[in-house]
Write a protein that binds this ligand. Structure first.
Ligand code: Z5A
Length: 223
């Protein structure tokens, strides 16, 4: 049977990303988002970046390891996009095309925030790689969990050993947070900002309300 382009668009899964500095609760709330969608009969998988494929997870280990001499910012940027190229082609796109929703703990907004904001790599360079690796693929919704750097680092610090990023300075994370907020402010149709200073149950409710908004928009767009 021939499938019209509107049928294909309707069937395609949706791509949701959770973003924010460390310790804001992305990993904690990922499972709640997945369960919320599943409870509504939506097929959904979760994943993370860097990672999400065997090669991507190996690149993640390299990127987070403190066992090497300091990595050049361009190397870090290219490795993030190398992992993403694998992730898109072998996990994200096949799922979306099969009608499965994908919820990812971080995606390209993290590159703009960490490599662009944190490492001060020119945004144009990141945009070139984004276009090359992703073409037109962008998340349907990015939920930015926002908390102060002191709150995020205090929560993340309770875990013990710090990875290569967690050893960065407060000003690094202030730049990361500022880029996230700026991107969300400039594209309100694609982002939802959730106050992650609140207690866990309040953050979860606010986050799931944003998911319900997306579901309502989907329902409204059906013929
Ligand atoms: N990175 C990059 O540079 N460029 C890129 O393009 C990409 C990534 C994709 C790995 O990411 C690193 O890669 C990351 C950015 C960089 N840098 N770092 N660091 P990651 O996502 O795996 O690592 P992470 O951000 O460090 O994860 P995290 O510290 O685990 O943050 P989280 O997932 O947002 O937090 P959590 O584990 O859910 O919560 C931390 C603790 O806080 C935990 O005990 C919770 O119970 C507690 N918590 C969370 N929320 C609350 C509230 N509301 N109240 C009280 N306690 C809370």
């Amino acid at each position: 049977m021939l499938t019209s382009s509107s049928d294909t668009a309707e069937k395609r899964g949706r791509f949701i990303c959770l973003e924010g500095i460390e310790g804001v609760g992305k990993s904690t709330h990922l499972g709640a988002v997945v369960s919320h969608l599943r409870d509504r009969g939506i097929p959904v998988v979760s994943t993370r970046e860097p990672g999400g494929t065997p090669l991507g997870e190996a690149l993640r280990d390299l990127l987070l390891s403190s066992n090497f001499p300091p990595m050049h910012g361009d190397t870090e940027l290219l490795l993030m996009f190398a992992a993403r190229a694998e992730h898109l082609r072998h996990f994200i796109l096949p799922a979306l095309e099969a009608g499965t929703w994908v919820v990812s703990d971080r995606f390209t907004d993290a590159t703009y925030a960490y490599q662009g904001g944190g490492r001060c790599i020119p945004v144009e360079r990141i945009a070139i790689l984004e276009e090359w690796v992703q073409g037109a693929v962008r998340p349907d919704l990015t939920i930015l969990l926002d908390a102060s750097v002191s709150t995020g680092l205090a929560r993340a610090g309770k875990r013990g050993t710090a990875d290569r990023f967690e050893q960065e300075t407060v000003s690094f994370f202030e730049r990361v947070r500022a880029v996230y907020l700026d991107r969300a402010y400039k594209a309100p149709h694609r982002y939802a900002v959730v106050d992650a200073e609140a207690d866990l149950s309040q953050v979860k409710s606010a986050l799931l309300a944003r998911i319900d908004d997306l579901l309502l928009r989907q329902a409204d767009s059906l013929p």
